[in-house]
Design a protein around this ligand. Structure first.
Ligand code: PLP
Length: 366
Protein backbone atom coordinates (compact mmCIF):
# COMPACT_ATOMS: atom_id res chain seq x y z
CA UNK A 1 0.00 0.00 0.00
CA UNK A 2 1.30 3.47 -0.88
CA UNK A 3 -0.19 5.74 1.80
CA UNK A 4 -1.62 9.09 0.78
CA UNK A 5 0.57 10.69 3.44
CA UNK A 6 2.65 8.98 6.14
CA UNK A 7 2.83 11.70 8.78
CA UNK A 8 4.25 9.41 11.43
CA UNK A 9 7.25 8.51 9.25
CA UNK A 10 7.66 12.14 8.26
CA UNK A 11 7.91 13.24 11.89
CA UNK A 12 10.14 10.32 12.85
CA UNK A 13 12.91 12.01 10.87
CA UNK A 14 13.08 14.47 13.79
CA UNK A 15 12.73 11.96 16.62
CA UNK A 16 16.13 12.51 18.24
CA UNK A 17 16.01 16.31 18.22
CA UNK A 18 12.34 16.34 19.30
CA UNK A 19 13.20 14.25 22.35
CA UNK A 20 16.21 16.39 23.29
CA UNK A 21 14.28 19.62 23.01
CA UNK A 22 11.26 18.18 24.79
CA UNK A 23 13.53 17.39 27.75
CA UNK A 24 14.77 21.01 27.75
CA UNK A 25 11.18 22.24 27.53
CA UNK A 26 10.16 20.05 30.46
CA UNK A 27 13.12 21.19 32.54
CA UNK A 28 12.47 24.86 31.80
CA UNK A 29 8.86 24.65 33.03
CA UNK A 30 7.65 27.56 30.91
CA UNK A 31 4.49 26.66 29.00
CA UNK A 32 2.73 29.66 27.46
CA UNK A 33 4.20 32.34 25.13
CA UNK A 34 7.78 31.68 26.14
CA UNK A 35 11.13 31.72 24.42
CA UNK A 36 10.27 28.95 21.97
CA UNK A 37 7.31 30.87 20.55
CA UNK A 38 9.38 34.07 20.29
CA UNK A 39 12.24 32.19 18.61
CA UNK A 40 9.85 30.65 16.11
CA UNK A 41 8.18 33.99 15.37
CA UNK A 42 11.57 35.53 14.62
CA UNK A 43 12.67 32.58 12.49
CA UNK A 44 9.45 32.37 10.51
CA UNK A 45 9.31 36.14 9.89
CA UNK A 46 12.90 35.94 8.60
CA UNK A 47 12.00 32.97 6.45
CA UNK A 48 9.00 34.73 4.90
CA UNK A 49 10.88 38.01 4.60
CA UNK A 50 8.36 39.92 6.72
CA UNK A 51 8.90 42.30 9.60
CA UNK A 52 6.54 40.42 11.89
CA UNK A 53 5.22 36.96 12.67
CA UNK A 54 2.67 36.35 15.40
CA UNK A 55 2.10 32.76 16.50
CA UNK A 56 -1.55 31.82 17.06
CA UNK A 57 -3.58 28.73 17.85
CA UNK A 58 -4.43 27.57 14.31
CA UNK A 59 -4.86 28.72 10.72
CA UNK A 60 -8.51 29.65 11.10
CA UNK A 61 -7.70 32.02 13.97
CA UNK A 62 -4.76 33.48 12.03
CA UNK A 63 -7.16 34.57 9.26
CA UNK A 64 -9.85 35.66 11.68
CA UNK A 65 -7.44 37.70 13.84
CA UNK A 66 -6.13 39.61 10.80
CA UNK A 67 -9.70 40.70 10.07
CA UNK A 68 -10.53 41.43 13.72
CA UNK A 69 -7.35 43.50 14.06
CA UNK A 70 -8.24 45.61 11.02
CA UNK A 71 -11.60 46.24 12.69
CA UNK A 72 -9.86 47.41 15.87
CA UNK A 73 -7.73 49.70 13.67
CA UNK A 74 -10.89 51.03 11.96
CA UNK A 75 -9.80 49.75 8.55
CA UNK A 76 -12.71 47.29 8.39
CA UNK A 77 -16.18 47.31 9.92
CA UNK A 78 -18.98 44.78 10.32
CA UNK A 79 -20.78 44.07 7.06
CA UNK A 80 -17.83 44.94 4.81
CA UNK A 81 -17.40 42.55 1.93
CA UNK A 82 -14.39 40.29 1.43
CA UNK A 83 -13.76 38.61 -1.93
CA UNK A 84 -12.79 34.95 -1.58
CA UNK A 85 -12.43 31.95 -3.88
CA UNK A 86 -15.55 29.79 -4.16
CA UNK A 87 -13.40 26.64 -4.26
CA UNK A 88 -11.35 27.32 -1.13
CA UNK A 89 -11.30 25.18 1.98
CA UNK A 90 -14.23 26.37 4.08
CA UNK A 91 -11.99 27.79 6.84
CA UNK A 92 -11.28 30.93 4.79
CA UNK A 93 -15.00 31.67 4.61
CA UNK A 94 -15.61 30.80 8.27
CA UNK A 95 -12.88 33.27 9.30
CA UNK A 96 -14.59 36.07 7.36
CA UNK A 97 -17.96 35.25 8.94
CA UNK A 98 -16.55 34.95 12.47
CA UNK A 99 -15.10 38.44 12.11
CA UNK A 100 -18.57 39.78 11.26
CA UNK A 101 -17.73 40.45 7.61
CA UNK A 102 -19.50 39.24 4.48
CA UNK A 103 -17.81 36.69 2.22
CA UNK A 104 -18.44 37.31 -1.49
CA UNK A 105 -17.51 34.24 -3.49
CA UNK A 106 -15.55 34.44 -6.73
CA UNK A 107 -15.67 31.76 -9.42
CA UNK A 108 -12.56 29.63 -10.08
CA UNK A 109 -10.59 28.73 -13.19
CA UNK A 110 -10.29 25.05 -13.96
CA UNK A 111 -6.62 25.28 -15.07
CA UNK A 112 -5.22 27.00 -11.99
CA UNK A 113 -7.84 26.17 -9.35
CA UNK A 114 -7.67 29.88 -8.52
CA UNK A 115 -9.63 33.12 -9.03
CA UNK A 116 -11.30 33.86 -12.33
CA UNK A 117 -9.99 37.42 -12.49
CA UNK A 118 -12.88 38.65 -14.63
CA UNK A 119 -15.34 37.46 -12.01
CA UNK A 120 -13.13 38.92 -9.27
CA UNK A 121 -13.46 42.36 -10.79
CA UNK A 122 -17.16 41.92 -11.48
CA UNK A 123 -17.82 41.16 -7.80
CA UNK A 124 -16.31 44.40 -6.49
CA UNK A 125 -18.98 46.62 -4.92
CA UNK A 126 -18.98 49.74 -2.79
CA UNK A 127 -18.85 47.54 0.28
CA UNK A 128 -15.81 45.53 -0.86
CA UNK A 129 -12.83 46.19 1.40
CA UNK A 130 -10.51 43.21 0.97
CA UNK A 131 -9.47 40.33 -1.28
CA UNK A 132 -8.44 37.05 0.35
CA UNK A 133 -6.46 35.05 -2.21
CA UNK A 134 -5.86 31.41 -1.31
CA UNK A 135 -2.69 29.75 -2.58
CA UNK A 136 -4.68 26.59 -3.13
CA UNK A 137 -2.87 23.22 -3.23
CA UNK A 138 0.44 25.13 -2.70
CA UNK A 139 0.42 27.25 -5.87
CA UNK A 140 0.57 31.02 -5.54
CA UNK A 141 -2.57 32.87 -6.59
CA UNK A 142 -2.01 35.37 -9.46
CA UNK A 143 -0.75 37.96 -6.97
CA UNK A 144 0.50 40.55 -9.44
CA UNK A 145 -2.92 40.92 -11.04
CA UNK A 146 -4.70 40.68 -7.69
CA UNK A 147 -2.48 43.44 -6.27
CA UNK A 148 -3.19 45.60 -9.30
CA UNK A 149 -6.95 45.14 -8.88
CA UNK A 150 -6.64 45.80 -5.14
CA UNK A 151 -4.60 48.97 -5.64
CA UNK A 152 -7.04 50.33 -8.21
CA UNK A 153 -9.96 49.73 -5.86
CA UNK A 154 -8.30 50.55 -2.55
CA UNK A 155 -8.68 47.01 -1.15
CA UNK A 156 -6.61 45.08 1.37
CA UNK A 157 -4.90 41.89 0.15
CA UNK A 158 -4.95 39.19 2.83
CA UNK A 159 -3.32 35.91 1.85
CA UNK A 160 -4.58 32.55 3.01
CA UNK A 161 -1.13 30.93 2.90
CA UNK A 162 -2.15 27.81 4.85
CA UNK A 163 -1.13 25.52 1.97
CA UNK A 164 1.84 27.44 0.59
CA UNK A 165 4.66 27.72 3.18
CA UNK A 166 7.79 28.66 1.24
CA UNK A 167 6.26 29.26 -2.20
CA UNK A 168 8.17 32.03 -4.04
CA UNK A 169 7.11 34.45 -6.76
CA UNK A 170 9.28 35.43 -9.74
CA UNK A 171 11.02 38.13 -7.66
CA UNK A 172 11.92 35.66 -4.91
CA UNK A 173 9.27 36.95 -2.50
CA UNK A 174 7.58 34.28 -0.44
CA UNK A 175 3.98 33.50 0.41
CA UNK A 176 3.19 35.50 3.52
CA UNK A 177 4.94 38.58 2.13
CA UNK A 178 2.78 39.17 -0.93
CA UNK A 179 -0.02 41.26 0.55
CA UNK A 180 -0.95 43.32 3.60
CA UNK A 181 -0.99 40.28 5.89
CA UNK A 182 -1.12 36.50 5.65
CA UNK A 183 -2.49 33.62 7.68
CA UNK A 184 -0.63 30.31 7.97
CA UNK A 185 -1.69 26.98 9.44
CA UNK A 186 0.69 24.45 10.97
CA UNK A 187 -1.91 21.68 11.01
CA UNK A 188 0.11 18.41 11.00
CA UNK A 189 -0.36 17.63 7.29
CA UNK A 190 0.66 21.09 6.03
CA UNK A 191 4.07 21.58 4.37
CA UNK A 192 5.29 22.94 7.70
CA UNK A 193 3.26 20.97 10.20
CA UNK A 194 3.24 20.88 14.00
CA UNK A 195 2.43 17.81 16.11
CA UNK A 196 -0.95 19.33 16.84
CA UNK A 197 -2.61 22.63 16.04
CA UNK A 198 -0.76 25.84 15.31
CA UNK A 199 -0.91 28.92 13.13
CA UNK A 200 0.70 32.30 12.47
CA UNK A 201 0.12 35.70 10.94
CA UNK A 202 2.87 37.41 8.95
CA UNK A 203 2.82 41.11 8.06
CA UNK A 204 5.02 44.17 7.58
CA UNK A 205 2.45 46.39 9.31
CA UNK A 206 3.60 47.37 12.85
CA UNK A 207 0.18 48.45 14.13
CA UNK A 208 -1.50 45.31 12.80
CA UNK A 209 1.14 43.06 14.39
CA UNK A 210 0.81 44.79 17.73
CA UNK A 211 -2.99 44.52 17.64
CA UNK A 212 -2.93 40.82 16.77
CA UNK A 213 -0.46 40.19 19.60
CA UNK A 214 -3.04 41.64 21.97
CA UNK A 215 -6.07 39.97 20.39
CA UNK A 216 -4.57 36.47 20.57
CA UNK A 217 -4.12 36.90 24.33
CA UNK A 218 -7.48 38.26 25.58
CA UNK A 219 -6.73 41.74 24.27
CA UNK A 220 -3.93 42.37 26.72
CA UNK A 221 -0.44 43.71 26.14
CA UNK A 222 0.54 43.64 29.82
CA UNK A 223 -0.94 41.22 32.27
CA UNK A 224 -4.52 41.87 33.43
CA UNK A 225 -4.84 45.12 31.47
CA UNK A 226 -7.39 44.56 28.68
CA UNK A 227 -7.32 47.20 25.99
CA UNK A 228 -9.49 45.43 23.43
CA UNK A 229 -11.80 42.43 23.51
CA UNK A 230 -9.58 39.55 22.44
CA UNK A 231 -9.71 35.78 22.31
CA UNK A 232 -7.44 32.99 23.51
CA UNK A 233 -5.46 31.78 20.50
CA UNK A 234 -1.78 31.47 21.27
CA UNK A 235 0.74 29.29 19.46
CA UNK A 236 1.54 26.54 21.94
CA UNK A 237 5.04 26.59 23.38
CA UNK A 238 5.58 22.87 22.76
CA UNK A 239 4.39 23.17 19.15
CA UNK A 240 6.86 26.04 18.72
CA UNK A 241 9.61 23.67 19.92
CA UNK A 242 8.73 21.23 17.14
CA UNK A 243 8.25 23.93 14.50
CA UNK A 244 11.66 25.46 15.29
CA UNK A 245 13.23 22.09 14.57
CA UNK A 246 11.25 21.49 11.39
CA UNK A 247 11.54 24.93 9.75
CA UNK A 248 15.18 24.46 8.61
CA UNK A 249 14.07 21.46 6.53
CA UNK A 250 11.12 23.21 4.85
CA UNK A 251 12.97 24.32 1.70
CA UNK A 252 14.48 20.92 1.03
CA UNK A 253 11.13 19.24 1.77
CA UNK A 254 9.45 21.54 -0.76
CA UNK A 255 12.16 20.76 -3.31
CA UNK A 256 11.47 17.04 -2.80
CA UNK A 257 7.72 17.61 -3.26
CA UNK A 258 8.43 19.50 -6.48
CA UNK A 259 10.66 16.72 -7.80
CA UNK A 260 7.91 14.14 -7.18
CA UNK A 261 5.46 16.47 -8.95
CA UNK A 262 7.83 16.91 -11.90
CA UNK A 263 8.09 13.15 -12.30
CA UNK A 264 4.29 12.76 -12.20
CA UNK A 265 3.92 15.56 -14.74
CA UNK A 266 6.42 14.17 -17.20
CA UNK A 267 5.78 10.45 -16.76
CA UNK A 268 2.02 10.11 -16.26
CA UNK A 269 0.67 9.78 -19.78
CA UNK A 270 -2.99 8.90 -19.81
CA UNK A 271 -5.63 10.95 -21.58
CA UNK A 272 -8.22 9.96 -18.97
CA UNK A 273 -6.22 11.86 -16.33
CA UNK A 274 -5.83 15.64 -16.52
CA UNK A 275 -2.66 16.80 -14.78
CA UNK A 276 -2.29 20.11 -12.91
CA UNK A 277 -0.79 23.16 -14.64
CA UNK A 278 2.69 24.04 -13.33
CA UNK A 279 5.31 26.38 -14.81
CA UNK A 280 8.31 24.60 -13.24
CA UNK A 281 9.15 27.48 -10.90
CA UNK A 282 9.19 27.77 -7.11
CA UNK A 283 5.72 29.36 -7.12
CA UNK A 284 4.30 25.93 -6.27
CA UNK A 285 5.18 23.89 -3.18
CA UNK A 286 2.81 21.02 -4.04
CA UNK A 287 1.00 20.76 -0.75
CA UNK A 288 -1.25 18.58 -2.90
CA UNK A 289 -0.94 17.01 -6.34
CA UNK A 290 -4.43 17.26 -7.78
CA UNK A 291 -5.55 15.56 -10.98
CA UNK A 292 -8.97 15.56 -12.63
CA UNK A 293 -10.93 12.63 -14.05
CA UNK A 294 -14.39 12.23 -15.64
CA UNK A 295 -15.48 9.17 -13.70
CA UNK A 296 -14.15 9.65 -10.19
CA UNK A 297 -15.99 6.72 -8.61
CA UNK A 298 -14.41 4.37 -11.14
CA UNK A 299 -10.96 5.94 -10.61
CA UNK A 300 -11.28 5.56 -6.82
CA UNK A 301 -12.07 1.86 -7.02
CA UNK A 302 -9.16 1.41 -9.43
CA UNK A 303 -6.73 3.18 -7.04
CA UNK A 304 -8.07 1.14 -4.12
CA UNK A 305 -7.62 -2.10 -6.01
CA UNK A 306 -4.03 -1.10 -6.82
CA UNK A 307 -3.32 0.12 -3.29
CA UNK A 308 -2.56 3.73 -4.13
CA UNK A 309 -3.70 6.17 -1.42
CA UNK A 310 -5.91 9.11 -2.37
CA UNK A 311 -8.07 11.88 -0.92
CA UNK A 312 -10.45 14.48 -2.35
CA UNK A 313 -9.76 18.19 -1.77
CA UNK A 314 -12.60 18.93 -1.55
CA UNK A 315 -15.74 16.88 -2.22
CA UNK A 316 -18.36 19.61 -1.48
CA UNK A 317 -17.91 23.30 -2.34
CA UNK A 318 -18.57 25.76 0.52
CA UNK A 319 -21.71 27.19 -1.12
CA UNK A 320 -23.25 23.68 -1.07
CA UNK A 321 -22.57 23.10 2.63
CA UNK A 322 -25.46 23.07 5.11
CA UNK A 323 -23.34 25.26 7.40
CA UNK A 324 -23.61 28.15 4.92
CA UNK A 325 -27.32 28.23 3.99
CA UNK A 326 -27.13 31.87 2.86
CA UNK A 327 -24.85 30.79 -0.02
CA UNK A 328 -26.98 27.84 -1.17
CA UNK A 329 -28.75 29.74 -3.94
CA UNK A 330 -25.45 30.61 -5.64
CA UNK A 331 -24.16 28.84 -8.70
CA UNK A 332 -20.49 28.42 -9.60
CA UNK A 333 -20.38 25.93 -12.48
CA UNK A 334 -16.57 25.75 -12.71
CA UNK A 335 -16.15 25.33 -8.97
CA UNK A 336 -18.84 22.64 -8.93
CA UNK A 337 -17.14 20.86 -11.80
CA UNK A 338 -13.79 21.00 -9.97
CA UNK A 339 -15.33 19.48 -6.85
CA UNK A 340 -16.77 16.61 -8.90
CA UNK A 341 -13.56 15.79 -10.75
CA UNK A 342 -10.57 16.34 -8.46
CA UNK A 343 -8.48 13.63 -6.85
CA UNK A 344 -5.30 14.11 -4.80
CA UNK A 345 -2.45 11.62 -5.29
CA UNK A 346 0.31 10.69 -2.81
CA UNK A 347 2.95 13.42 -2.53
CA UNK A 348 5.35 14.11 0.34
CA UNK A 349 9.05 14.73 1.01
CA UNK A 350 9.49 11.14 2.15
CA UNK A 351 7.89 9.36 -0.80
CA UNK A 352 10.51 6.90 -2.09
CA UNK A 353 11.55 6.54 -5.73
CA UNK A 354 10.00 3.09 -6.05
CA UNK A 355 6.73 4.41 -4.61
CA UNK A 356 6.67 7.21 -7.19
CA UNK A 357 7.48 4.61 -9.89
CA UNK A 358 4.54 2.55 -8.74
CA UNK A 359 2.06 5.46 -8.69
CA UNK A 360 3.11 6.39 -12.24
CA UNK A 361 2.78 2.79 -13.43
CA UNK A 362 -0.67 2.39 -11.87
CA UNK A 363 -1.90 5.65 -13.37
CA UNK A 364 -0.54 4.84 -16.81
CA UNK A 365 -2.35 1.50 -16.74
CA UNK A 366 -5.71 3.04 -15.85
C1 PLP B 1 -5.68 24.17 6.71
C2 PLP B 1 -6.30 25.37 6.12
C3 PLP B 1 -6.87 26.39 6.90
C4 PLP B 1 -7.13 26.27 8.38
O1 PLP B 1 -6.09 25.87 9.16
P1 PLP B 1 -6.36 25.20 10.60
O2 PLP B 1 -5.01 25.26 11.23
O3 PLP B 1 -6.86 23.83 10.37
O4 PLP B 1 -7.34 26.06 11.31
C5 PLP B 1 -7.32 27.54 6.27
N1 PLP B 1 -7.25 27.68 4.94
C6 PLP B 1 -6.74 26.71 4.14
C7 PLP B 1 -6.69 26.94 2.68
C8 PLP B 1 -6.27 25.53 4.71
O5 PLP B 1 -5.78 24.57 3.91
Amino acid sequence: MIPFLDLQASNHRFEKSFKERFQQFLDAGYYILGGNVTAFETAFANYCGTKHCIGVGNGLDALRLILEAYKVLNKLKSGDEVLVASNTYIATIIAIKQAGLTPVLVEAEVETFNFNLTDLQAKISEKTKAIMPVHLYGQLAPMQKITEIATNNNLLVLEDAAQAHGAKDGMGKRAGNLGDAAGFSFYPSKNLGALGDGGAVTTNNDALAETIKKLRNYGTASKYVNEVLGINSRLDEIQAVFLNLKLPLLDSDNTKRRSVAKRYLSEIKNNKIILPVYDGSENHVFHLFVVQVDDRADFISYLDKNEVGHLIHYPIPPHKQDALPELKHLSFPVTEQIHQRVMSLPISPILRKEQVDRVIQVLNNY
